[in-house]
Design a binder for this molecule. Structure first.
Ligand code: AGV
Ligand code: CA
Length: 311
């Protein structure tokens, strides 16, 4: 007997790492109910197109993709948001024209998310690798949806390490997915839904290394390995923009769905700062809510996991 596949909705924001995460997810034994694309760390049109093409690659043209129309108060740097434009033109995603979508029309992501949650087999897992804007809207408008969500898996926050926001007037303590829309994070944290969090503290342990990227070369010729290696290669050069390496942020959070044994976790009581110089910071606080927070990852096992699934 095998346990039934998890019902999963993904809400991503189209950066290289989000796209790698979607590719990974399509290779897991999960029941993918829909993909929302938030126009945060991406330009929406190419990010949507790439999302469709990755689902096509996995022979999942029936999975609905909902375009986000809401965005947080702090837009991501434009230098980062253009990545999906280049990904859309990669040969491996242009071998065939996009397949016809077989699943009918979709609403804007925040409204479609309501439908998906209502329709899904419970308990539902929502994997969020961008800001929590859509999910916060859903919970605000329809608080009873909380009952249907079994777990939120979220890449975001930073506790005992520096953040990655470098904006005028900000003290650098926040992580971008929370900083983009701090009130959305606060709204989601105010629920009783179990949250499994992958903050910078753990994602810093899995930088995109030269060795990891080049390992995909040995498997050249397979579309999944070609795309994964290309996405990872395109992360090089972003060090200059922030002075810190590109990490497997979202892909690490995603890997938890298939390989929870890679991690150790702690229960962390925390809150989200929603104004001032630390806006978007996640802080430990005795009166905060408890999240299940990934603390360590078996680094080499994570890289091996990705290589095994994508080659
Ligand atoms: O803060 C990490 C989040 C992840 O969801 N994103 C990238 C991942 O998709 C923002 C981000 C931080 N540094 C970046 C980012 C960089 N150098 N390039 C693009 N995005
Ligand atoms: Ca992301």
């Amino acid at each position: 007997t095998r346990t039934p596949a998890r019902a999963v909705i993904m809400d991503h924001d189209g950066s290289l790492d989000d796209l790698l995460s979607l590719l990974l997810l399509t290779r897991y034994d999960v029941d993918l109910q829909g993909v929302a694309v938030t126009p945060a760390d991406c330009l929406l049109a190419p990010a949507l197109s790439v999302t469709h093409r990755i689902l096509d690659l996995a022979d999942l043209p029936h999975v609905q993709v909902a375009p986000g129309s809401l965005s947080g108060p702090h837009p991501f740097p434009m230098a980062w948001r253009t990545d999906a434009l280049r990904v859309e033109a990669l040969p491996v995603l242009n071998r065939f024209p996009p397949r016809e979508r077989t699943s009918g029309p979709v609403l804007p992501a925040h409204e479609q998310l309501v439908k998906w949650i209502e329709q899904a087999a419970t308990p539902l897992t929502i994997l969020v690798t961008g800001p929590l804007t859509n999910l916060a809207w859903c919970l605000d408008k329809h608080p009873w949806l909380e009952q249907a969500i079994g777990e939120i898996v979220f890449m975001g926050g930073a506790f005992d390490v520096e953040g990655n926001v470098e904006e005028p007037g900000h003290d650098g303590s926040a992580e971008w997915n929370v900083y983009c829309d701090p009130k959305a994070a606060q709204r989601v944290f105010a629920t009783q839904i179990p949250i499994t969090l992958f903050p910078l503290d753990v994602t810093n342990q899995v930088p995109v290394t030269d060795e990891f990227v080049r390992a995909f070369g040995a498997h050249y010729g397979n579309p999944a390995s070609d795309l994964a290696g290309s996405l990872l290669a395109m992360t090089f050069g972003t060090v200059e923009t922030v002075g810190s390496p590109y990490c497997c942020w979202d892909s690490l959070a995603t890997s938890y769905l298939a390989a929870p044994e890679l991690f150790t976790f702690d229960q962390v009581r925390c809150t989200v700062v929603v104004d001032g110089a630390s806006e978007g910071r996640t802080v430990r606080a005795d009166d905060g809510r408890v999240v299940r927070c990934a603390i360590t990852v078996k680094q080499e096992d994570f890289y091996r996991h990705c290589l095994q699934l994508l080659t």
